[in-house]
Design a protein around this ligand. Structure first.
Ligand code: FUC
Length: 834
C-alpha cells in the first residue's frame, strides 16, 4: 500500500491534447482525466457488429464486449386463435363507446399465445468482459482499494475517444515509465484490438481474462483463450444461440503464458496486442451472420487478424500499429468525414467532456451541439453496417444479461428515432440493416395479420416491438401492446430512403413491403359509427391512456383511429400511390387507397386549442406523457407545417406547451425536432439543453433523464435513441427538405449566430454546404447526387441570391428559386441581406 502511494503519475502525450488542440478538434473527441467509475463513463467503440467499452483502469482495465446478434430466445409462433374470434366483440364495444370493456376483453384474448415460463422472445445480451490486470515495477499484486486509490488519484491521466479515427486511448506514466493503450474495433479486419505499450523494456506486465456471468466456458488453445457458450432458447429442450469469443496475445518480446483461470499473461514485455474476434450462430437472410457456417467461422476466428498482426510486428515492429490503425481509421473516415459542422465555440470546449457537460447547464456553448451531432454520427457508424442488424435500444452496447426492455427494437418511436439523422448525415447505406429486417418481418407479419385479425386481413402487420426473431405479434399487455402501426411507421423510413436516393431499383425492391403494409390496413380498417370515418380498431396511441366520459378513475388505452394512426396511414397510402405511379403498376389498388384516404378522419383541434390525440376529445391520464404520438405529422412526418397548415401548427405548439419540456431522454430529443420543424430555434435549443441535463446526480449517484458523462443519452437507463434523436434535431435546426424545397437555417438559435456545415444531404438527392454569419446565410453550395431541379427557399433575412452553375450566373429575389443540376454538378450561391 505505501509503495503504491509513492507512485508518481505524470502527463503523457496523447494525439489530441486539450489545451493546445484547435477548437474544432474539441468537437471530434471525448476526453477525461480519470478512469471511468461507472459503465456510463466508459467509451463506446464498434464496427457495426462488434463493440467494446473500455474503462481505462490503471491497475485493472475492465472492458465490456458486445456482438450485435447475441440474443437469447428463438423464433416462435405466438398465434392466438382467441384474438380474431374476439375481434367483432371488441369492435362492437368500441363502437358503443365502451373502451374499458373492450380493453378488458383484449386482456384475455388479444395477446400473444405463450408457453409456460416463456422466454422465447429473448433478450439482447452482453457478449462478456475482458479484464486486464496490470502489474507495475513497484508492486506485483494490488488490492481493490489500492487500485481505486490509484485510479482516482491523478489529474494527469488521460482517456480519450477520437471520433474521427474511431480509436480510444488511455495514457499515463508511473515511476517515470509511459504507458499507453489504444483500443479500436477494426472495420476492415472485423476484430477488437487493444494495443498496449510501455515506455521501457520489460515494464509491460499483465494478465488478460475473458468472463461472462453465465453460459461462458473459457478454454486455452496454445497461447489463445476461447470462450464458448450457448444461451437459453426460452423453450425447454431447444438449443439457443451459440457464440464464441477468441482472444490471442501478440507480443514483441516478454514471456507469454496462458491458462483458463488467469488468462493470458505477459511478463517483462514492452509492446503487445490483444486481438479478439467473436461470432454467433445467428442466421438471417440479408445479413452476413454465419448461421450454418458457424463451426467453420469458429475455427477460423484465431487465424484471422492475430496472424496478420503477428506478421506485421515481426516485419516492422511498431509499424503494425500504424498499419492496422490506419486502415481501420480510413474505413471509418470514409463515412464520418462526409459531413462537418462548426458552431460558435467558447473556452469551455477544451474542458474534459464530463466537465463540459456539467458546465453546459450554467454556461451554454453551441459547440457542444456540434460534438453531440458528431457523436451521433459516430455512434451510428459504430452500431450498424450493411449485412448487420439495425442499432437496437442500446445501439449495440449492453453491459448485462438482462438488457433493459430486452434491448430490442421498439417500433412505436425508438428504432425509428435511431434512424432519424442517418440520411441527412450522408450515411444512406446504413439503412440496409433496417430494410432487410423489414423484409424478414413480412412472412411473420402476414401470419400475425391472419391469426389476430381474421381471414379477411391481407398483407402484413407489425405491432409495437420486434427482435432478431421476427416477432410481429401484439405486446403482451394490450394497454401498450395493441398499437399495430409499427410496420406502417417503418415503411415511412423505407420511403425516406427513396426520397434521398431517388433509386428506382430500390423502390421496386421495397414496393411489395410498402404495399403489404397498406393492404393490412385497407383490409382491416372499419367505419366508426359517428361519422363513418375509416379507422384502425382496436389500437392505442403509444403508450398514453385517457378517461372515457363518465369514468375519471380508470385510465384506458384501447381506442379507434388515434391521430397518429391516421397520420401514419395517410402517409403510407400516399407513398404507395406515388410508388405505384412511379413504377407503373397497381393502378386499381392505388385508386382504392385514394378513395380510402378521403374517408380518413381529419386532424382535430380540441376545444382547448391543442391537437387531439384521439378521435374523441378525451382527457389524457398523463398530461406530461413522454410520447407525443399525435405530433407524428409534424415530425418525423410531413403533414403539418407552419406555412402549409398554420392552424394545425399552432395546435402543435399548444400541445407541446401542455406536454412540457421534460420527459425521458428520447422524449426531449423528439421535442428538439418538433420545435425545429415549427421554426423556433431558441425553443429547440432550450430542449437540447434539457436533453444535455447531467444524468447522474452527483450527491446521490442516482440516474435521471438527460446525458451521461460519456454523452450516452439517459432514459434512464441508457437508451441510445435520444443520442440519434438529438443529433437529428440539430440537423433539423440547420437544414430541412421535407416540404419539397431546401430550407436553409429554418430554426437557428440566436446563439448560433455564425457557423458552417458541409455535406448534409437533402431529399431529392443533393449535398449542401453552407456558411452563415450574424444569423444569416452568406454562401452555399448545392451538389447534385442525382440530376434534378432543386428548389431553394430564400433564407431568413436574405433579399437576393446570386447563383453560379457552370458558365451561368443568375440572380434571384422572391421566396424561392430553382437550381437545375446535372449529376455531380455544383451550384454556388452567394446571399445578400436586406
Ligand atoms: C417505449 C417507451 C419507453 C421506453 C421503451 C423502450 O415503450 O415508452 O419510454 O423508451 O420504449
Amino acid at each position: 500500500m505505501k509503495k503504491l502511494i509513492t507512485l508518481l503519475l505524470f502527463a503523457v502525450t496523447l494525439p489530441l491534447r486539450a489545451a493546445d488542440a484547435p477548437i474544432d478538434s474539441c468537437n471530434h473527441r471525448l476526453y477525461y482525466t480519470k478512469p471511468a467509475s461507472v459503465w456510463e463513463e466508459t467509451l463506446p467503440l464498434g464496427n457495426g457488429r462488434l463493440g467494446m467499452m473500455p474503462d481505462g483502469g490503471v491497475l485493472r482495465e475492465h472492458i465490456v464486449l458486445n456482438e450485435i446478434s447475441l440474443w437469447s430466445g428463438m423464433e416462435a409462433d405466438y398465434s392466438n386463435p382467441d384474438a380474431s374470434k374476439s375481434l367483432p366483440a371488441i369492435r362492437k364495444l368500441l363502437f358503443e363507446g365502451k373502451n374499458r370493456e373492450a380493453q378488458e376483453l383484449m386482456y384475455s384474448s388479444f395477446v400473444p399465445k405463450k408457453q409456460e415460463a416463456d422466454g422465447r422472445y429473448g433478450t439482447y445480451q452482453t457478449l462478456g468482459t475482458l479484464d486486464i490486470d496490470f502489474a507495475y515495477q513497484s508492486q506485483t499484486s494490488v488490492s481493490k482499494s489500492e487500485s481505486l486509490a490509484l485510479d482516482g488519484g491523478t489529474s494527469r491521466y488521460r482517456r480519450c475517444l477520437d471520433l474521427r479515427d474511431a480509436v480510444a486511448y488511455t495514457a499515463f506514466a508511473l515511476e517515470g515509465v509511459d504507458y499507453r493503450r489504444e483500443y479500436f474495433v477494426s472495420r476492415d479486419r472485423d476484430v477488437m484490438l487493444v494495443h498496449l505499450t510501455a515506455g521501457s523494456k520489460g515494464a509491460l506486465n499483465f494478465s488478460a481474462r475473458l468472463g461472462r456471468a453465465e453460459h461462458g466456458t473459457v478454454t486455452v488453445k496454445g497461447n489463445a483463450l476461447l470462450m464458448d457458450g450457448t444461451l437459453e432458447s426460452g423453450s425447454p429442450g431447444r438449443e439457443g444461440m451459440k457464440y464464441r469469443v477468441a482472444m490471442q496475445l501478440v507480443s514483441d518480446g516478454g514471456e507469454v503464458a496462458a491458462d483458463p483461470e488467469n488468462g493470458i499473461s505477459l511478463k517483462h514485455g514492452q509492446e503487445a496486442w490483444l486481438v479478439l474476434s467473436a461470432t454467433t450462430s445467428y442466421a438471417a437472410e440479408g445479413t452476413d451472420f454465419p448461421g450454418s457456417r458457424y463451426a467453420e467461422v469458429c475455427d477460423s476466428l484465431l487465424k484471422n487478424a492475430g496472424v496478420q498482426i503477428k506478421n506485421e510486428m515481426r516485419m516492422r515492429g511498431m509499424a503494425a500499429e500504424a498499419t492496422a490503425l490506419k486502415s481501420h481509421a480510413a474505413a471509418h473516415r470514409s463515412l464520418y468525414d462526409r459531413v462537418s459542422l462548426t458552431l460558435p465555440s467558447t473556452p469551455d470546449d477544451t474542458l474534459p467532456t464530463d466537465e463540459r457537460i456539467l458546465r453546459f447547464t450554467r454556461q451554454e456553448s453551441p459547440a457542444l451541439a456540434a460534438l453531440y451531432y458528431n457523436y451521433g454520427r459516430y455512434l451510428l457508424i459504430s452500431s450498424t453496417r450493411p449485412g448487420s442488424l439495425p442499432p437496437n435500444l442500446q445501439g449495440l452496447w449492453a453491459n448485462s444479461l438482462l438488457t433493459p426492455w430486452n434491448g430490442d427494437y421498439h417500433t412505436n418511436i425508438n428504432v425509428q428515432m435511431n434512424h432519424w439523422p442517418l440520411e441527412q448525415a450522408g450515411l444512406s447505406e446504413l439503412y440496409q440493416p433496417l430494410t432487410t429486417l423489414m423484409e424478414r418481418l413480412v412472412p411473420s407479419g402476414e401470419a400475425t395479420a391472419r391469426t389476430f385479425y381474421g381471414k379477411e386481413a391481407e398483407g402484413w402487420v407489425l405491432h409495437m416491438m420486434t427482435n432478431v426473431w421476427n416477432y410481429t405479434a401484439p405486446g403482451e399487455h394490450p394497454s401498450w401492446g395493441a398499437t399495430n402501426t409499427g410496420g406502417a411507421w417503418l415503411c415511412a423510413h423505407l420511403w425516406e430512403h427513396y426520397l434521398y436516393t431517388q433509386d428506382k431499383d430500390y423502390l421496386r425492391r421495397i414496393y411489395p413491403v410498402l404495399k403489404g403494409a397498406a393492404r393490412f390496413f385497407s383490409s382491416t380498417t372499419v367505419e366508426e359509427p359517428s361519422h363513418g370515418w375509416l379507422v384502425t380498431a382496436p389500437t392505442s396511441s403509444p403508450e398514453n391512456s385517457f378517461y372515457v366520459p363518465g369514468d375519471s378513475v380508470t385510465p384506458v388505452s384501447i381506442c379507434m383511429g388515434p391521430t397518429m394512426d391516421v397520420q401514419l396511414l395517410t402517409e403510407l397510402y400516399t407513398n404507395v400511390i406515388t410508388a405505384a405511379r412511379l413504377l407503373g403498376c397497381d393502378a386499381e389498388y392505388a385508386a382504392k387507397l385514394e378513395a380510402d384516404l378521403k374517408k380518413f378522419p381529419p386532424m382535430q383541434i380540441s376545444k382547448e386549442g391543442y391537437l387531439q390525440e384521439w378521435l374523441e376529445d378525451y382527457k389524457e391520464a398523463e398530461v406530461h406523457h413522454r410520447h407525443v404520438s399525435h405530433l407524428y405529422g409534424l415530425h418525423p412526418g410531413n403533414l403539418i407545417s407552419p406555412t402549409a397548415t398554420p392552424a394545425l401548427a399552432d395546435a402543435c405548439r399548444m400541445t407541446l406547451n401542455r406536454r412540457g419540456d421534460g420527459g425521458t431522454g428520447w422524449s426531449r430529443a423528439w421535442k428538439v425536432n418538433f420545435w425545429a420543424r415549427l421554426g423556433d430555434g431558441n425553443r429547440a435549443w432550450k430542449l437540447f439543453k434539457s436533453l444535455l441535463h447531467p444524468a447522474i446526480d452527483l450527491q446521490t449517484g442516482r440516474h435521471g433523464s438527460g446525458t451521461f458523462p460519456n454523452l450516452f443519452c439517459s432514459h434512464p437507463p441508457f437508451q441510445i435513441d435520444g443520442n440519434y434523436g438529438g443529433a437529428a434535431g440539430i440537423g433539423e435546426m440547420l437544414l430541412q427538405s421535407h416540404e419539397g424545397f431546401v430550407n436553409l437555417l429554418p430554426a437557428l438559435p440566436d446563439s448560433w449566430n455564425c457557423g458552417n456545415f458541409r455535406g448534409m444531404r437533402v431529399r431529392g438527392g443533393a449535398s449542401i454546404d453552407l456558411h452563415w454569419k450574424n444569423g444569416k446565410a452568406t454562401e452555399a453550395a448545392v451538389t447534385a447526387l442525382v440530376p434534378g431541379e432543386f428548389t431553394i427557399k430564400m433564407p431568413a433575412g436574405i433579399a437576393r441570391a446570386k447563383v453560379e452553375t457552370g458558365e451561368e450566373t443568375h440572380e434571384y429575389t422572391g421566396e424561392t428559386f430553382p437550381l437545375n443540376l446535372k449529376k455531380g454538378e455544383t451550384g454556388r450561391i452567394t446571399f445578400f441581406s436586406f
